[in-house]
Ligand binder design. Structure first.
Ligand code: HGY
Ligand code: MN
Ligand code: MN
Length: 438
């Protein structure tokens, strides 16, 4: 018995299967290699920090790629780029994509994979001759990494809440360049791109990303259904002392900013295991990633030492306790009030993705894995933050992961098997096509 009008979901799933089956492994690999050439390093990594000349050149490359696929291109006030494939009806689009900026020493896939797999979904839909009910947009968010200008995920957080942009524009990088200046230069470079409003309604958002951790590889599973993202907080600890001569100043009378900073750092590293709370509760992860010393001279006692603290945990209460401990440690090692200051400049609570989205993604991953004779997907939480953590405040959102070799990322050695990159793009194509067909 044939059903004249198949129910929307069955119809949407049929479209999704066709989209999945038209993903091109070679086309994806070629686009990944092409984007990696913007900032490619001698060690095989990629250095393409946000809004640098290298990043602007990569943005232009993505605009050209998207236009060649028939997409229209938009840019918003935070420089987020949107590559749009029209749908039968002008409904809120399904959004996918990620970020194209990298760490100072990054890899080929962190962020870039999600943007290019999104464009590969467009190519697959074109190849299959599929017209979806809804438009589909592939986004390349500005400044996800937060390494040049903190905090991270500036573009996606400003898209969701535009009032945040004003504060972001004043943030300066290590050379004193303000985010607003770099952003205005990027907007000027994209003068041929239509300006689009921020906070536009989206039907749903799916971000594909490398795991950047060891879980999927350890389980020998090629696809992960991401259920949520752990909380993150970033702090700047500034220690002030008195610059003085390294040779003539007796130890007993020194006011050494480095001595205070090192004592604080040692106490912080000691608190991490303690704040991992009781066994079986989520680990507290602590990183003191960036240090600056003034005057940074071998024979002058440091007068100023500033370092950053990155704290992560799935349990926000554990982060509350760790933050209180951080502040107490700083007071304890300050030789005078205000000699040590703590500024929190990034704070994102844990993110939990909706079950309805997870089910769709699970179906997409299972079909791709089954067709490839690979293990079925597993569910996991993300140790890294992603733009999806803000989109989750805006529309139904979820993520798909593929494995990272050795769990390595934010490192030139970041790598993922081509077969896994292909499966991830197939799962994305299914998910996006199904969501855009209902
Ligand atoms: O730091 C993060 O979690 C992200 O990779 N930028
Ligand atoms: Mn990333
Ligand atoms: Mn990253």
């Amino acid at each position: 018995m044939t059903v004249s009008n198949p129910p929307p979901l069955a119809n949407a799933q049929a479209i999704a299967e066709r989209a999945q089956d038209h993903v091109g492994a070679g086309r994806l690999a070629a686009s990944l290699a092409a984007l990696a050439s913007f900032g490619l390093r001698h060690d095989g990594g990629v250095s393409r920090e946000t809004l640098t000349a290298t990043d602007l050149a990569a943005r232009r490359h993505l605009i050209d790629q998207a236009r060649a696929l028939g997409c229209t291109v938009g840019i918003d006030d935070c420089g987020n780029l949107f590559f749009r494939r029209p749908g039968r009806e002008d409904l809120p689009p399904v959004l996918t994509g990620s970020h194209a900026d990298t760490q100072p020493v990054g890899g080929k896939y962190d962020g870039a994979y999600g943007v290019l797999a999104g464009l590969e979904v467009i190519a697959a839909l074109n190849a299959a001759g599929i017209e979806t009910l809804r438009p589909i947009e592939v986004v390349s968010w500005t400044n996800e990494e937060g390494s040049r200008f903190g905090p991270g995920a500036m573009g996606s957080s400003a898209f969701v809440e535009p009032a945040r942009l004003a504060g972001y524009r004043d943030v300066a990088d290590a050379a004193g360049i303000r985010f607003g200046e770099a952003l205005d230069a990027a907007l000027a470079e994209s003068h041929d791109v239509t300006r689009v409003p921020m906070a536009r309604p989206m039907a749903a958002c799916v971000e594909l990303h490398i795991e950047q951790g060891p879980v999927l590889e350890g389980a020998n599973v090629p696809l992960g259904v991401v259920t949520g993202i752990q909380a993150v907080r970033w702090f700047r600890v500034e220690c002030t002392g008195t610059m003085a001569h390294a040779g003539t100043t007796p130890m007993a009378v020194r006011c050494d900013a480095m001595a205070a900073a090192v004592a604080i750092a040692q106490d912080l590293y000691a608190l991490a295991p303690r704040h991992a709370a009781t066994p079986g509760t989520p680990e507290l992860r602590l990183t003191l990633g960036r240090w600056s010393v003034a005057p940074n001279s071998v024979n002058t006692i440091p007068g100023h030492v500033t370092f950053t603290v990155d704290m992560r945990c799935l349990d926000d209460a554990a982060l509350d306790r760790a933050e209180a401990a951080l502040r107490a440690v700083c007071v304890r090692h300050a030789h005078a009030p205000e000699a040590v200051t703590v500024t929190r400049f990034f704070h994102r609570e844990p993110t939990h993705f909706p079950e309805a989205m997870l089910g769709t993604i699970e179906r997409a991953c299972a079909r791709a894995s089954r067709n490839a004779g690979r293990a079925l997907p597993v569910r996991l939480t993300s140790g890294a933050f992603h733009d999806a953590m803000y989109l989750a405040d805006h529309c139904p959102t979820a993520m798909i992961f593929v494995p990272s070799k050795g769990g390595i990322s934010h490192n030139a050695a970041e790598d993922t098997e081509g077969a896994d990159l292909f499966l991830g793009a197939q799962a994305l194509a299914y998910t996006v096509a199904e969501l855009a067909s209902r």
